[in-house]
Design a protein around this ligand. Structure first.
Ligand code: PHE
Length: 341
């Protein structure tokens, strides 16, 4: 084995002589010092030797290692002197010719989660395949309720263990009861994720889309908190020129329910082609959590109240970027993602 070590040392010094650039130095480094390199393979043989031999050969191997490290560093330094990095072309061809970038939905996700992180919300993940209770019945939408028509979806021909039908969740509101059951109250959670509906596809409708939702439950929560949050978020995402407006709107799991509009940022509320001359965009759905929903989670609605608030990030992105077909976010078209279409 001693001979072998000497032999490796000789070989190394010879190879070092022939080195011309940093790439070759790196190759040598890997060959001798790498995880599957010469030094490692020598060390692996040590356990089968006697204590005496171990000491002697172990020391030798260590010497070789030190030598390799020192010589490679010296050679590198020499190259740095001769060919400073700035004038060296050798690395350039290895750079990728195109850099990746965030998908627009992911870009939006990071922005929105960041805004709400600052307000003390934590992200809660709900399943895409959901049972009827969390998506519908538990949220005051029992079988046969006409509101189910608003959220028609794709059903699996399979039930869960308790016999609940399984479906692709139609909204992120399925996290409401799940989060309340898991964490109890007080609670501040958010979800940004994919949802699914049976849609007639057109530039504004896709069977797969994104939703963002927050849920706050605590003592003394009221509509003022909801209004403040709506204003705060819209100003953060669209700019300080906007503000929110509430209209009465029906959702079975909130009472009262509101549609949240943002003042058009293009015309400052005066009316323009982008906002169809109304001065406002419909952005979000929200409302005070229905007492029955709290009861379904085992929470006393006389003691606790809360609000839920959700919006469609895809539509918001379309507004912010001028993309005019929602389906483009879900097709993985490289030209589109590069910003070319
Ligand atoms: N889940 C509702 C929808 O999909 C939006 C919403 C969320 C409404 C929270 C009220 C409260 O349309």
């Amino acid at each position: 084995m001693l001979d072998k070590i000497d032999q490796f040392q000789k070989e190394f010094l010879q190879e070092l002589e022939g080195v011309k650039n940093r790439g070759e130095i790196n190759e040598l480094r890997v060959k001798y010092l790498g995880r599957k390199g010469v030094i490692k393979s020598l060390l692996k043989q040590l356990p089968s030797l006697t204590v005496e031999e171990k000491r002697r050969l172990g020391g030798k191997i260590n010497q070789l290692k030190k030598l390799v490290e020192k010589k490679l560093a010296e050679q590198e330094e020499k190259l740095n002197q001769e060919q400073p990095l700035t004038s060296q072309g050798e690395f350039l061809p290895h750079w990728p010719s195109q850099f990746g970038r965030l998908h627009p939905i992911e870009w939006m996700r990071q922005r929105v989660l960041n805004i709400f992180h600052h307000l003390g919300f934590v992200e809660f993940k709900g399943p895409h395949i959901e049972n009827d209770w969390f998506n519908f019945a538990g949220l005051n939408i029992p079988p046969g309720h006409p509101a189910r028509d608003l959220w028609d979806t794709l059903y699996l021909n399979q039930n869960d263990k308790k016999g609940n039908p399984l479906l692709l969740r139609t909204h992120t509101s399925n996290i409401q009861l799940r989060a309340l059951e898991k964490y109890g109250v007080p609670l501040r959670v958010m979800a940004f994720d994919r949802c699914f509906r049976r849609e007639i596809l057109d530039p504004r409708h896709s069977h797969t889309f994104s939703q963002f939702e927050v849920l706050v439950v605590d003592k003394g929560i009221n509509m003022n908190h909801l209004k403040w949050l709506s204003d705060y978020f819209l100003k953060e995402i669209l700019g300080q020129v906007t503000e929110s407006r509430f209209r009465p709107k029906y959702y079975p799991f909130v009472e009262p329910g509101v549609g949240v509009d943002a003042k058009c940022v293009f015309c400052n509320g005066k009316g323009c082609p982008i906002c169809s001359y109304s001065g406002w965009f419909e952005i979000a759905g929200a409302g005070m959590v229905h007492p029955q929903v709290l009861k379904n989670a085992g929470i006393d609605p006389n003691e606790y109240s809360g609000f839920a608030w959700g919006f469609g990030p895809d539509r918001m992105l379309m507004l912010m970027t001028g993309v005019n077909d929602i389906r483009q976010f879900y097709q993985g078209d490289f030209q589109f993602l590069k910003g070319g279409r």
